[in-house]
Design a protein around this ligand. Structure first.
Ligand SMILES: NC(=O)c1ccc[n+]([C@@H]2O[C@H](COP(=O)([O-])OP(=O)(O)OC[C@H]3O[C@@H](n4cnc5c(N)ncnc54)[C@H](O)[C@@H]3O)[C@@H](O)[C@H]2O)c1
Length: 332
């Protein structure tokens, strides 16, 4: 893996969705490397923006409350930046079923807006996209590599795929350097904890901390690939700094499959509270269920040397410790 301690010194970095879980984790790492970081976030409810997420670096970053759909703001913000982590997004696949227009507006048109501003005002910057494992739809084989067919089953996954294709278009036709990730199931400190629309591990940790029952759908045998947010942030940073990654898409996860029930039971054991209950699959979940998922992470590993270092039990413990200390800033 590249030693990044000097790579980012004085680099001008823009992070959209920078007050959310993944964006703020990247920001903390980059500030520690000496980067000059600007965060853009629209702070729309019920998404994950939280000023407390950047508490350790609050005096060392610039914050701009803007929407990526606002052409005039984005035009000014992309100018003179070296790297743009374009993470702003509507993250709930269920909400995208109820309101596909809003999802398309943010996850597709918003990203098109940033790319257009880049083409016109800063074509030399590198830009990164946060796509999703959901882009694959029903899983046909495991582990899932980048060649697996894309058959999105939600507007969220459709718009992420349309956006990803748009990054390829801007690369192939306009020479914009980008890296696209298709991310498995991220979790960890700094995720929103107010609803269960996304980041189930985080939601389950809160449920256990409040002595509640963790409701597992079906028999809990469904397999997921959980990636700790610090590991994910490191993968983003490594890929941004590695020119062999530019113009490519990578699957990013832990590379390890875990049964849903084992994840839930690990949380109950770690927190020492709560319980697990098995309930029938609700219609709006079974409808979009993709089947078991395990990520093939060999492409990103070969390109950058990156591999995750925090396993699930350590990640759950770290996350629990974080919210035990800081729950006042996240419960609501
Ligand atoms: N959390 C997941 O399960 C997951 C999985 C795969 C991919 N992703 C993608 O990673 C990115 C970051 O997600 P996260 O997990 O940190 O979620 P998050 O909700 O914590 O962060 C997303 C941030 O984007 C901001 N945002 C939303 N719409 C915006 C807009 N129009 N303009 C500016 N800011 C806007 C929100 O306020 C929020 O702070 C998203 O694009 C998401 O789709 C997330």
């Amino acid at each position: 893996m590249k030693d990044l301690s000097s790579e980012f010194k004085d680099k001008k970095v823009l992070i959209t969705g920078g007050l959310g879980m993944i964006g703020s984790t990247i920001a903390i790492k980059l500030v520690n490397y000496g980067a000059n970081v600007t965060l853009v976030d629209s702070c729309i409810e019920p998404y994950g923006a939280n000023l407390f997420n950047i508490e350790p670096i609050k005096d060392k970053v610039t914050i701009n409350i803007s929407d990526i759909r606002d052409k005039e703001s984005i035009k000014m913000l992309v100018k003179n930046k070296d790297i743009i982590f374009n993470l702003a997004g509507q993250v709930s696949h269920n909400d995208s079923m109820d309101n596909p227009y809003l999802d398309a507006d943010i996850n597709y048109i918003g990203h098109l807006t940033v790319l257009e501003c880049l083409r016109k005002h800063n074509p030399d910057a590198v830009i990164l996209h946060a796509g999703s494992r959901l882009q694959f739809g029903r899983i046909e084989y495991l582990p899932v590599d980048e060649k697996h067919p894309l058959r999105p089953r939600t507007p969220y996954a459709l718009n992420k795929t349309a956006a990803e294709n748009t990054y390829f278009f801007y690369h192939d036709v306009h020479g914009i350097r980008f890296v696209a990730f298709r991310i498995a199931n991220p979790y960890g400190p700094r995720s929103q904890m107010r609803h269960n629309k996304y980041s189930m591990i985080n939601w389950f940790i809160r449920q256990a901390m409040e002595s509640r029952t963790l409701k597992v759908f079906g028999d809990g045998g469904q397999i997921r690939d959980y990636i700790y947010v610090d590991d994910l942030a490191e993968a983003f940073i490594q890929a941004s700094a590695n020119s062999t990654c530019h113009g490519k898409v990578f699957n990013v996860g832990s590379g390890i499959g875990t049964k849903f029930k084992d994840m839930a039971e690990t949380i109950v054991a770690t927190v020492g509270d709560g319980g697990v209950e098995y309930v029938p699959w609700p219609h709006n979940y079974i409808n979009v269920e993709t089947g078991d998922h395990i990520t093939d992470i060999s492409k990103i590993h070969e390109a950058t040397g990156w591999k995750p270092v925090i396993d699930l039990s350590e990640g759950i413990k770290n996350t629990y410790e974080y919210y035990k200390k800081n729950n006042a800033y996240y419960w609501g």
